[in-house]
Structure formats: structure tokens, C-alpha cells
Design a protein around this ligand. Structure first.
Ligand SMILES: Nc1ncnc2c1ncn2[C@@H]1O[C@H](COP(=O)(O)OP(=O)(O)OP(=O)(O)O)[C@@H](O)[C@H]1O
Length: 592
């Protein structure tokens, strides 16, 4: 019962993931390809049935030493007496089999890549819209982690689509194969007379019992592979993620001389792969003993069952071998589950991981919507605002806060006091807390201390988050010149890992160039000048103000040289209840 319930749940999950594509704008192509693939597979079943009749003709010709019949069976069509259909020779069946086999697979691959493209686009979109990717990362800290979303999008989707198709199609083909051969076997073999009873289709019953026992035992031995396979995908992804971290932080690691530590860390990660793999190996060994043994017995089993009929003269050699072939097909189809078990195990684990991803994305959107919000206004304003940490601890408590347009404002406070988190709240990405935050109308831009650069050309790095094709080359060059990176202006097309290539100060200058291009109404800088040499800070700030006269600047800053550039100040300090509060320089605050 539990087994059937599990199968039902797996099918429901898989269907939920499958359905959208077959109802999408690509549905006609999808259904067309699927229908063609299934049709070709059915033709293949039909060719198999033809083969079984061909066997009989062929072996009877051999037994009768009938040379013309022998050659005829290889090259020409043969009409079988008593049957309403004809049997082509071996050559014709083989040619059709080749064509059907090649095109069934070709079309299956075509459907696979189209489906994968569609579902990957959708997963990427779901992950990136509504800041779900960020909320998912916060969920891990709030206690419901989703491991390696990248692997789920890249690897799990690939194997889901491919396993779904190959398992689904082979399942359908097997059912049709089974029904066709049961039909043939039932009528081909005379009923068994035993102890005065007559058992029609006794070989069919034998095949059913044999295969059901096989299926049941396979599941008993193999079901533990499902969680192990799930676990394997996770530890593999963890290991790869750690390798990527090393690649991305190669310079820091080299400077720290952290290679030995990294080696141990990677070894430990790999150890998790190793241990889990051992468990998979042991289970697979037990399963293989059974499935390989089962298939070995299946080679001889039908001959053993039918041989008495041959020896008593009831069957010709041709019929005996036909029965063997047909029984093999019936039993093979019944035992589909046995052979496909390892693939089903992988498929189930993949479906679980993708289902987990989808649920996490839904939860992430709910969490994002929980971020305090309010009607946009002319100023940045918060009422009854409280900010918590993901684990529920209180970080910031303030009933009221209003920042109007005016002179640049600097926000200061001790390390870890919550300045960046306050900015996250202003940006609307921090869901932990309550109150109303009314963000100013117009475009806001946030510059973090460590800028992010997408992989690609320098122009893409500067234009980000705008599309590089939406920004004119001369604007990018002018912005680079303005922020003192004129030497880069001639290299816009150069592709590099700019996070590794540029110095910390250059990276921050490049981020300022972005602000010059975007011209936001509100510019939030979170220690965005911290890596720039003291002598240049004043000039760069003056440049920002000159080029962006309409932009309201709010900076988080520690350095006096930066703070002094701001006419308005606010300070995060600990209030009476232990949570932080923002104390503003009231005289200079242009209030409500
Ligand atoms: N995603 C998070 N999960 C858990 N705790 C967090 C998270 N982000 C921030 N915190 C915690 O919230 C507190 C405030 O962090 P925040 O980065 O806002 O401080 P800050 O004032 O900007 O510090 P600094 O001046 O050092 O940059 C810190 O104790 C930090 O550990």
C-alpha cells in the first residue's frame, strides 16, 4: 500500500512539473513530437511481433532443411497461412527497425531539448523574479534551507526531462508490447491439460507470476536507493560549489596561503561523496545480484516451461523458439520495472528536488511580499518600523523615520549595528520585521561595498544592471573617464572576470560610473567609497553631485573624510530596549 502511495505521489509530483510545458505556447509542437515518438515506438512493437513470426518460419525452414524457404525468409515477404497479415523477410524488418529506431530517438532528443529549454527558462525566471533567489538564501538562515538551486536548474532539470521522456515512452511501449505478445502467446500455445484441468494461456500466467515476484523483490531490495540517490546529488553539488568558491577566490586563497586548508576542506566534502557512494554501491550490488540473476534465469525459463510440449511432439522447433521469443517479450515487458529501477530511483530523487525548488520559490515570493511596504511618496519614510534578524532576534526598533530630499545624508554606526540591513529594508528586500515603509517615487540605486560584476565584456560590467545594448558606448566611455578609469575606456569589448581583474578601488570607481549612467533619483551608497584613496574621495563625491544634481545621496560611512562630505548625519545607536535606533541630526533634516 505504502509502495503504491509512493508511486502515486511521485506521479503526481512529476505530472505537476510536466503539465505546464504541454499546455504552454509550444504545446502543438510538444504534443506533435510526442505523438510521433509514441507512434514510432508502436511501430517498433509491431516489428517485434513480426520478428516472432519470422522466427518460426526461419527455424522451421532450418529444421526441414528447406533451403528456398530459408533464403525466402531472409529477403522476401511471406504470407502465413491462417493469419490475416503477412510477414516480411528479415531484411525488410531490419531496414524498418533501423529507420524507426533512429528517428524515434532523434525526435525524442528534439523534444527533450525543446522541453528543457522551456522549463529551464521558466525555472530561471521563477528564481530571479520577485527576488526569490535572495529570499531563498535568507530562508536557509531562517531554518528552511534549499541546497544548491544552481544544480537543480542545471542538472536536475536535464535529467528530469530526459528520464521523464525515456521512462514514459518505454513504459507505454512496454504496455503495448505486453498486450500484443500476451494476445499472441495466449492463442499460440494450446491450453495445458493437467490433473484433469484445462488451463488456457498457461504460459501467460506463468510469465505474470514470474514477473510480479521479480518486481516485488526488486523494490524490496532497491527502494533504499531513492534517498541515497537524493543525497548523492546533494553532496556532488556541494563539492562542486566548493570548487567554484576556490576558483572565484583564487587570489585571496593564494595571498592567505590557504591552499592546505582548502585541500582538507575539499577532501572532507569529497569524503561525503565517497561515503554515500559506498552505500549506493552496496545496495546496487544486492540489486544487481537479483536483477542480473533474474534476467539470466529468464533466458532459459520459457524453454524449460515449453520443452515438454516439444518433446511430446506438440510443438515444432520453430514454434518452440517462437514461444521462447514471445514469452521473453511478455516477461521482459512485465519486468520493465525491474530493469528500469535504477533509472526510476534517479528520476524520483530528481522530481523531489525539483518539487522542493518549486515550493521554495513559492515560499520565497510569499516571504518577499511580507517585506514591509507602503505607498510610494516624495520622501523615504517608515512608520512603526521594526527590523528583525532571520532567527527572530530584534535588530532595529524605531516607530518613525523620515528622510526628505535635500543635502546628502551620512548614516554612521558601529560595525554590525544594522546599517546595511536598514538599507535592505529601504530596498524592500528584507522581509523580517514589521511596519510600513514608504519608498520615494523615482529610480533608486544601491551601491554595495563590494560591487558585483557579471561575467562578460567590460561594457556589460559597467552598464549593469542595464542591458549593455541599451547603453551607448560613448556614455560608458565618458562615465569611465569621469571616475578616473580612462585607461579602461578603450577596452569595452574585452571579456574578463572583472572581480578578479580590477583592484578594490577600481571596482568602486566602476560602480560609481554605473550611477553616472543610470542617473538615479535616490542613490544609496553602502561604504561605496571605502576602498578609494583619501585624496580622490572628495573629487569623486563632488563629481557625483555635479553630474547628478537631482539625485538624493544617502551614504553609510565609517571614514570621517566621507562623513564630512555630507551635510546631514544620522547615527545608529542602541536604544533603551536593546534594539538599534536611528538618531538624526534634527536641525539639518528637511522634515515632513
Ligand atoms: N542574512 C543575515 N542573516 C543573519 N544575520 C544577519 C544577516 N545579515 C545581517 N545579519 C546580522 O545583522 C547584524 C547587522 O548587520 P549589518 O550588515 O546590517 O551591519 P552593519 O551595521 O552594516 O555593519 P558594518 O558596518 O560592519 O558593515 C549583524 O550582527 C549581522 O550579523
Amino acid at each position: 500500500m505504502k509502495f503504491l502511495r509512493n508511486i502515486g505521489r511521485a506521479m503526481a509530483d512529476a505530472w505537476r512539473l510536466t503539465k505546464p510545458y504541454f499546455k504552454s505556447e509550444e504545446k502543438f509542437v510538444a504534443w506533435g513530437l510526442l505523438a510521433a515518438i509514441i507512434a514510432l515506438n508502436l511501430v517498433s512493437v509491431y516489428l517485434n511481433v513480426l520478428y516472432s513470426y519470422w522466427y518460426k518460419i526461419f527455424y522451421n525452414a532450418l529444421q526441414a532443411k528447406d533451403e528456398p524457404a530459408f533464403w525466402g525468409s531472409i529477403f522476401t515477404y511471406r504470407f502465413i497461412k491462417g493469419y490475416p497479415w503477412f510477414v516480411p523477410g528479415f531484411a525488410e524488418i531490419a531496414v524498418f527497425n533501423i529507420l524507426v529506431g533512429v528517428y524515434a530517438f532523434y525526435l525524442q532528443q528534439m523534444l527533450e531539448i525543446r522541453w528543457r529549454r522551456w522549463i529551464t527558462d521558466n525555472f530561471v525566471k521563477d528564481w530571479l523574479t520577485g527576488r526569490a533567489h535572495y529570499q531563498i538564501s535568507l530562508m536557509a538562515e531562517a531554518g528552511s534551507p534549499l541546497d544548491n538551486p544552481d544544480q537543480r536548474i542545471a542538472d536536475d532539470l536535464r535529467s528530469f526531462v530526459s528520464n521523464n521522456l525515456s521512462l514514459g515512452i518505454s513504459f507505454i511501449a512496454n504496455i503495448v508490447n505486453l498486450l500484443s505478445f500476451i494476445f499472441v502467446l495466449w492463442f499460440l500455445v494450446p491450453p495445458l491439460h493437467i490433473f484433469g484441468a484445462v488451463i488456457p494461456g498457461y504460459l501467460v500466467w506463468t510469465a505474470i507470476v514470474y514477473s510480479l515476484i521479480g518486481t516485488y523483490l526488486t523494490h524490496v531490495i532497491g527502494w533504499k536507493l531513492i534517498p541515497l540517490s537524493f543525497q548523492q546529488q546533494q553532496v556532488d553539488a556541494d563539492f562542486r560549489f566548493n570548487l567554484i568558491r576556490v576558483r572565484e577566490n583564487t587570489e585571496q586563497i593564494a595571498l592567505y596561503g590557504g591552499e592546505a586548508e582548502e585541500t582538507i576542506g575539499l577532501k572532507q566534502r569529497f569524503h561525503a561523496i565517497y561515503l554515500n557512494w559506498w552505500m549506493i554501491m552496496k545496495r546496487t550490488k544486492a540489486l544487481n545480484f537479483f536483477t542480473i540473476g533474474f534476467s539470466q534465469v529468464a533466458i532459459i525459463f520459457p524453454i524449460l516451461i515449453a520443452a515438454p510440449g516439444y518433446f511430446t511432439g506438440l510443438f515444432t522447433l520453430g514454434l518452440l523458439l517462437q514461444i521462447n521469443n514471445i514469452f521473453g517479450n511478455v516477461q521482459g515487458s512485465f519486468s520493465w520495472f525491474v530493469g528500469a529501477y535504477p533509472q526510476i530511483v534517479g528520476w524520483r530523487a530528481t522530481v523531489q528536488r525539483l518539487d522542493g525548488f518549486e515550493r521554495a520559490v513559492v515560499a520565497a515570493h510569499v516571504q518577499q511580499n511580507a517585506a514591509p511596504g507602503g505607498e510610494p511618496g516624495t520622501m523615504l519614510r517608515a512608520d512603526d518600523l521594526a527590523i528583525d534578524l532571520p532567527d527572530g532576534r530584534k535588530l532595529f526598533a524605531q516607530s518613525h523615520l523620515a528622510i526628505a530630499r535635500g543635502e546628502p545624508m551620512a548614516i554612521t554606526g558601529a560595525s554590525g549595528s544594522g546599517k546595511s540591513t536598514l538599507f535592505r529594508m529601504f530596498a524592500g528586500i528584507w522581509p523580517f520585521g514589521k511596519g510600513r515603509v514608504s519608498r520615494p517615487v523615482g529610480r533608486s540605486m544601491f551601491l554595495p561595498q563590494r560591487p558585483y560584476f557579471p561575467l562578460g565584456s567590460l561594457k556589460r560590467a559597467v552598464a549593469y544592471p542595464c542591458q549593455e545594448y541599451d547603453v551607448a558606448d560613448q556614455d560608458v566611455r565618458a562615465a569611465l573617464e569621469d571616475v578616473g578609469l580612462g585607461s579602461l575606456a578603450a577596452r569595452l569589448e574585452q571579456v574578463d572576470n572583472w572581480t578578479l581583474r580590477l583592484s578594490g578601488g577600481e571596482q568602486q570607481r566602476l560602480a560609481l560610473a554605473r550611477a553616472l549612467i543610470v542617473k538615479p533619483d535616490w542613490l544609496f551608497m553602502d561604504e561605496a567609497l571605502s576602498a578609494i584613496d583619501e585624496a580622490a574621495i572628495g573629487d569623486l563625491f563632488a563629481l557625483l553631485r555635479a553630474r547628478l544634481p537631482e539625485t538624493q545621496i544617502i551614504s553609510i560611512a565609517h571614514q570621517d573624510s566621507v562623513i564630512s562630505l555630507h551635510a546631514r548625519r544620522a547615527r545608529l545607536t542602541r536604544g533603551a530596549d536593546g534594539a538599534m535606533e536611528l538618531i538624526t541630526d534634527a536641525e539639518k533634516l528637511v522634515g515632513e
